[in-house]
Design a protein around this ligand. Structure first.
Ligand code: ATP
Length: 981
């Protein structure tokens, strides 16, 4: 846990790694020349002031000032180099593996000592006088002279057999470094190891000393002195001479004191011992984190103001305006001036946080959860709303468990925000006067709404008086926390992603002027004169916005698309005539040097980090260099197309990575369909955290068409069940429902549960449509039509955007579409309903369409090793016992509704008969009835209902209505059951 706290800081290992030191991988940009190189544009001073144009986005119009040259990225000075090495992950691995091997080495050497130690004593003692080679040959230790020497040192000279306790400590340190393990704190293990060694060695020393006293057998004492080692023997002899038998009491006292302080025992009852193992870790970590957070804040506070002051002027300075005079194809009219808008990319959160605030938020069962929000723009001391824990992304949280015995303090009495000093002291500031005295932070317990706060209108079930008591049983006080089961889950950090430095526009002023001249000239040839022209430099293309003179027909300019492309000798020119809402005409011209947008820069942007969307996706940067973030929950489904090799797979990885950086495993599940078999397999590692699958399937990622059909049908069943639950709860959408559930206003015994978002990703629709046609089209269309409100969202990609793949029915249900470069205008029309995608320039250049507007975005780039690292980081953490299980689909053809096929009786659930009797007795065919009466989980009850349907006891699923019970009384049921036997 502690390891990951610094992963957002700019000083992380990758920050110092030269970008080009990596080996090229499969998914890296093909063009080597695409790496941004600093090439500052130095605008010439303007000869005369120009009237300020009004439509320049974001850029402040300031007099051209020479831009300070960018500091070259040279090697770091000496100390910096040393720091870089110390932070280098390779160095960590070197140390970590060294420690792991050392633990193995010590195990063998120490074990060997037990057999060969006595014989080796003289060899090690004579080391000064005997040549090394000779001594080595004489040594009996399995690991030679060095093994003999190490064992003699640790066992014979220092701690005796207690030195074995050193081995797990060394192993733990190595493991923690190599695998970045989040569990267990270093100080905890070190303290436990050292105490065990010291205490045991003194205890054994005392035994040996006692045996060595006059009258006892001295030979035996001599044979046993390896048990305690020199340290134990000396300490025990000293204590023996000082307090005699009191040594035993002293040792017992030392042991009790250690247990009390180390395990934080505050009351002597069995319960507290039982809980020790779980809580001490969390407390250690929390303490350590609070200390480090306090140090970090102290360190960043003085630079905070400077950081925020620096940000804005830098952005303003970058907006430059130049004027140039050219002749428009021989026309006499003065050539329009060119405004160049070179907005800096948004500041990234990778900077050190300028302000850190703590805000308490109640989390059931875990005491106080403190969210730490970091921002690069807020001045020091400014209150920053805490990022909700679930959405912390690059932020991190501190949890402090609360012993049950602690007095209660209402949340309202805790002054907010808490200062770092309060945390560092470990105490809360005094609460409001009327409240009881605040206990130490660690013993704080939050009172949470009890049954009195139940909403009387919370769904028909809860209002039912008969069930009141049952409901009350299902609600222990406090809000339900869906993330509690994986409360130690750490979001992946930006440090796992490649750092390509700050992206800069690569377009020179000469290129801009030349393009502008050619545009003006070409239009001039056709008698079109221009009032003004402005250039906005984006990562892939530069947008030239022109305002034609009055009377020029827009269609005339649009028709000149090819001529302008010819005159600029550039592919991928796109003319937007007019730019919606602006009254100008846009000509997008590809930059000679394209700039790559790194995933790190978009996920680290303030816009993404602070977004409060349900399912935010940071796609990349727009033409004005703004980070483009969209909410999948609002889209609510996404169709993606693009010819092969144009960036679809990278785009899908960007989408998945964005969601992994923002949503806790309890809140989001993916269903991944990968007919190509290799594209999404990398996400296998996060199966127990984020993936959903059908019961009884081995692989969560679906590659087989048959299984796709079953999975789609299962998702439809999940959708129907979710609608049932929503209806029962009286909620209109997933958000309302989960909110009610979190507030414990819905009874889990009635089948209610926290519902995570489910995102279905299909990597190649064309393949599925070819092999399964209608079987996949129908459920996809059904899900797309209905799943919005219940949190199931679809992302469907294809490289063949033809009408037999993207059929009318699919298209109609996917209002939100993305197109990477396609090969023909027809394909572009199929996917976007308009041309343009055929004119893109590839490598992640894409058009995003949400209804009428088309937005050109350079998709962020994430390569396979980066995805691998993110998945490893998540996969190595504690996960659920299995993937999220979708409802089981009966029948090989995936049709759960036909119901009358014979079923092998051995496959029936053991509670089948009991379930049948229960259903017939109540004459109500509902899953929640079985859950409640037979105390079953949701999945098992669902399976039972399906089996009852097969047996003809209940009717088929009827949406929000309960199923019909087809057997009228128990007598007939028994007859049926007998006949089935
Ligand atoms: N956003 C991007 N920025 C820079 N380069 C990119 C980007 N997206 C893709 N590329 C380049 O294009 C190559 C192909 O991308 P990708 O594998 O995503 O294509 P694809 O459309 O999925 O192809 P296919 O359909 O054949 O799998 C990548 O290896 C990379 O070099």
């Amino acid at each position: 846990m502690a390891d990951n706290r610094y992963k957002n800081t700019p000083a992380g290992p990758s920050a110092n790694r030269p970008a080009d030191s990596r080996q090229p991988r499969r998914n890296e940009p093909r063009a080597a020349g695409n790496r941004p190189e600093p090439a500052p544009v130095r605008p010439e001073p303007r000869p005369e002031p120009r009237p300020a144009a009004t439509n320049v986005p974001k850029a402040a119009r300031v007099a051209p000032a020479p831009k300070p040259p960018r500091a070259p990225r040279g090697p770091l000075p000496g100390v910096g180099n040393l720091l870089a090495i110390l932070r280098d992950r390779r160095f960590h691995l070197f140390i970590g593996f060294g420690l792991l091997l050392a633990s193995l080495y010590l195990t063998i050497a120490f074990t060997s000592f037990l057999f060969t130690g006595h014989a080796d004593q003289s060899v090690v003692a004579g080391l000064g006088t005997t040549p090394l080679k000779e001594a080595g040959q004489e040594s009996g230790n399995w690991l030679g002279l060095l093994g003999a020497w190490a064992a003699q040192l640790f066992i014979y000279k220092l701690f005796g057999v207690a030195a074995f306790a050193l081995i797990p400590v060394v192993f733990f340190l190595g493991y923690k470094i190599v695998f970045r393990s989040a569990s267990g704190s270093v100080s905890y293990v070190l303290a436990l190891g050292l105490f065990t060694m010291a205490w045991l060695s003194v205890l054994l020393g005392y035994v040996v000393v006692t045996l060595a006293t006059p009258g006892a057998d001295p030979a035996l004492a001599h044979r046993l002195d390896f048990l305690c080692g020199g340290v134990g023997f000396e300490a025990a002899s000293w204590l023996d001479s000082l307090i005699g038998w009191g040594t035993v009491l002293l040792l017992a006292f030392a042991l009790i004191s250690f247990v009390v302080f180390f395990f934080n025992v505050t009351s002597i009852n069995l319960g507290s011992f039982r809980r020790m193992g779980v809580e001490d870790d969390a407390e250690e970590d929390a303490e350590l984190e609070a200390e480090i957070a306090a140090e970090q804040a102290a360190a960043v506070a003085p630079v905070a103001a400077a950081a925020s002051a620096k940000t804005k002027p830098a952005a303003q300075e970058s907006a430059v305006t130049t004027t140039a005079r050219t002749s428009a194809g021989g026309a006499k009219a003065p050539a329009p001036a060119l405004d160049i808008n070179m907005d800096e990319p948004e500041e990234e959160l990778t900077d050190a946080p300028a302000a850190v605030e703590f805000e308490p938020a109640p989390r059931m069962g875990a005491g106080v959860a403190l969210s730490v929000a970091s921002t690069a723009v807020a001045p020091a001391g400014a209150a920053v709303a805490a990022v909700p824990l679930a959405a912390t992304g690059p932020a991190f949280s501190i949890e402090m468990p609360t012993p049950e015995v602690a007095p209660s303090v209402p949340l309202s009495t805790i002054p907010t925000p808490l200062s770092l000093a309060d945390l560092a002291d470990g105490d809360l500031p005094a609460p409001a006067p009327a409240a009881p005295a605040a206990p130490a932070l660690r013993t704080l317990e939050i009172t949470t709404p009890g049954r009195d706060d139940l909403d009387p209108n919370a769904g028909a079930d809860i209002a039912a008086v008969a069930d009141e008591d049952e409901d009350a049983d299902a609600m222990p006080p406090g809000n339900y926390d869906p993330t509690l089961e994986l409360s130690r889950f750490q979001f992946p950090t930006l440090e796992l992603l490649n750092d390509y430095g700050v992206a800069k526009a690569q377009v020179t002023k000469e290129e801009l002027e030349a393009n502008k001249d050619r545009i003006v000239e070409t239009l001039g040839h056709y008698g079109i004169s221009i009032a003004s022209i402005k250039a906005t430099i984006g990562p892939t293309v530069t947008l030239y916005e022109i305002v034609p003179e009055a009377g020029v027909r827009i269609s005339k300019i649009k028709a000149l698309e090819d001529d302008i492309a010819l005159s600029l000798a550039a592919l991928g020119i796109r003319i937007i005539a007019p730019i919606p809402g602006k009254g100008t005409i846009g000509i997008e011209v590809p930059n000679t040097k394209k700039e790559m947008v790194s995933i790190r820069s978009v996920l680290g942007s303030e816009k993404f980090a602070k977004s409060e969307m349900d399912l935010p996706i940071a796609f990349g940067r727009t033409i004005t260099n703004e980070v483009f973030v969209a909410d999948l929950a609002k889209m609510p489904h996404l169709l993606m197309a693009g010819a092969t090799g144009q960036g679809k797979s990278v785009g899908l990885n960007v989408i998945l990575a964005s969601l992994l950086y923002k949503r806790h495993p309890a809140q989001l599940k993916f269903v991944l369909v990968d007919p190509k078999k290799v594209e999404l397999s990398i996400f296998n590692k996060i199966e127990r955290h984020y993936l959903a699958k059908l019961p009884d399937t081995d692989e969560a990622i679906i590659t087989d068409t048959k299984k796709v059909v079953n999975t789609l049908n299962s998702l439809c069943m999940e959708m129907d069940r979710r609608y049932d639950l929503l209806k029962e709860a009286g909620c209109r959408n997933l958000k309302e429902y989960n909110h009610k559930f979190i507030e414990r206003r819905l009874n889990p015994k009635k089948g209610h549960r926290f519902l995570p978002f489910i995102v279905l990703v299909i990597d190649e629709l064309a393949d599925l449509m070819m092999t399964a046609g209608k079987e996949v089209e129908t459920p996809i269309a059904r899900l797309a039509q209905l799943a919005r409100a219940i949190g199931i969202h679809l992302i469907v990609a294809t490289q063949r955007p033809s009408v037999n793949v993207i059929t009318g029915i699919i298209k109609a249900n996917f209002p939100c579409r993305i197109s990477f470069k396609v090969t023909s205008k027809i394909d572009s029309r199929t996917i976007l309903d308009t041309g343009g995608a055929d004119q893109l320039i590839g490598q992640g250049d894409m058009l995003f369409s949400a209804g009428s507007d088309l937005i050109r975005v350079q998709c962020a780039f994430i390569d396979t090793p980066e995805v691998d690292r993110v998945c490893d980081f998540i996969g190595e953490q504690q996960g659920y016992s299995d993937a999220y299980l979708l409802p089981e689909v009966a029948g090989a053809d995936g049709d759960a509704g036909s119901g009358n096929e014979e079923m092998d009786p051995s496959e029936r659930d053991t509670m089948f008969e009991e379930a049948a009797r229960c259903i017939v007795l109540h004459q109500q065919g509902s899953t929640s009835l079985l859950q409640r009466k037979l105390k079953l989980g949701y999945n098992r009850a669902g399976r039972l209902i399906d089996q009852l349907q097969h047996a003809g006891i209940v009717g088929p699923f009827e949406g929000s209505k309960a199923r019909d019970v087809l057997i009228p009384d128990e007598y007939q049921l028994e007859q049926l059951l007998n006949s089935m036997k």
